[in-house]
Design a protein around this ligand. Structure first.
Ligand SMILES: Cc1ncc(C[n+]2csc(CCOP(=O)(O)OP(=O)(O)O)c2C)c(N)n1
Ligand code: SF4
Length: 303
């Protein structure tokens, strides 16, 4: 599916409480628009429900029992998105609608990388028939930008005021270890739009556990301008900070940026990296790890 095949709908009611410039608001509109169209197989699916664990989307998606997204939504405890989505998809299957309905879990990185990881792992290992979206803004956004397992090394958060000391969890390897039918990382940006559309459509079209890892620019948390989501998304890919990976039935493919840009290009627009940018040794260590990760993924691609 190509971007020109889809008209992006006005999915989000203007009463939503997401911040101005929130990258995940645009990502949600695109994802819902893509999955509402005929998919590559020619099949059209109906969204049975979108399940939200506690996150920015708990307040962004609706209020007082009303959905701001025009689809059924279910708000669940922090750990529970994958388990509840699995239950809904089992209900669809028992009603004979498994082929035509799609259940989506839309969970933050705090929920996916950390607090809900146990249940995510369980649903993945049972090959639950759901589309699990990791909406990754690299912090616990809804509670004011605390450090999560997805926060990159050196990024400042409210709980790591001089920049994160520990490692960023390798979610690609974690999900790959579950041998799920489909995993893909994607970014909504002008240069990665086709990649984004194809991955979302592919994931929606399949059955079993599909995981989309979306990088979502978060202006207040990243301390960047509210109009920077498209440019920062593009830079995250072209600096190889956020490699675009697709793992389909065990085969890994990387989308190689046309022109690789210096890591600093991504970091310099964001206040959260101010300490890192002023510490050469630390910055070099972070750059080395980015390079090593890219080599590791390239080796897996070769294999
Ligand atoms: C068990 C539990 N711990 C903490 C909270 C408080 N809480 C609600 S939303 C949230 C942050 C969620 O972060 P993330 O999953 O990354 O999603 P985001 O808000 O960034 O979209 C936290 C810590 C909670 N609701 N339940
Ligand atoms: S805190 Fe970040 S992710 Fe959450 S609504 Fe605001 S911009 Fe979006």
């Amino acid at each position: 599916m190509k971007p020109k095949d889809v008209t992006v709908g006005q999915f989000l009611d203007s009463r939503h409480a997401l911040c101005p410039g929130c990258g995940s608001a645009a990502a949600m509109a695109h994802v819902l628009s893509i999955v509402s169209k005929p998919l590559p197989s020619g099949r059209t699916k109906k969204i049975r429900a979108v399940v939200f664990p506690a996150s920015c989307w708990s307040i962004g998606s609706g209020a007082s029992g009303e959905s701001f997204l025009g689809v059924n939504l279910v708000n669940v405890p922090f750990i529970a998105a994958s388990a509840v989505a699995e239950g809904i998809s089992i209900m669809s299957e028992r009603e004979g609608r498994g082929e035509e309905e799609l259940t989506i879990a839309w969970a933050g990185d705090g929920s996916s990388f950390d607090i809900g990881m146990g249940l995510l792992s369980g649903a993945a290992s049972r090959n639950a028939d759901i589309l699990y979206v990791i909406n990754d803004n690299q912090i616990y956004g809804n509670t004011g930008a605390q450090e999560s397992g997805a926060t990159p090394e050196g990024a400042r958060t409210t709980t790591s005021v001089e920049g994160k000391e520990g490692i960023q969890k390798d979610i690609v390897s974690i999900m790959m270890a579950h041998s799920i039918p489909y995993f893909a990382s994607a970014v909504l940006s002008p240069t990665t739009l086709t990649d984004f559309y194809e991955k979302v459509a592919t994931a929606a079209d399949m059955r079993g556990f599909r995981c989309l890892h979306l990088l979502s620019v978060c202006p207040p948390g990243w301390k960047c301008p509210t109009d920077s989501a498209p440019e920062l998304g593009e830079l995250a890919v072209s600096t190889r900070i956020f490699p675009l990976v697709e793992i389909k039935n065990g085969t890994l493919r990387l989308t190689h940026p046309k022109r690789v840009k210096p890591v600093e290009e991504f970091l310099k627009y964001q206040g959260r990296f101010s300490y890192l940018m002023s510490d050469e040794a630390r910055l070099n260590s972070v750059k080395e790890k980015i390079e090593r990760k890219w080599k590791y993924l390239s080796k897996l691609e070769e294999l």
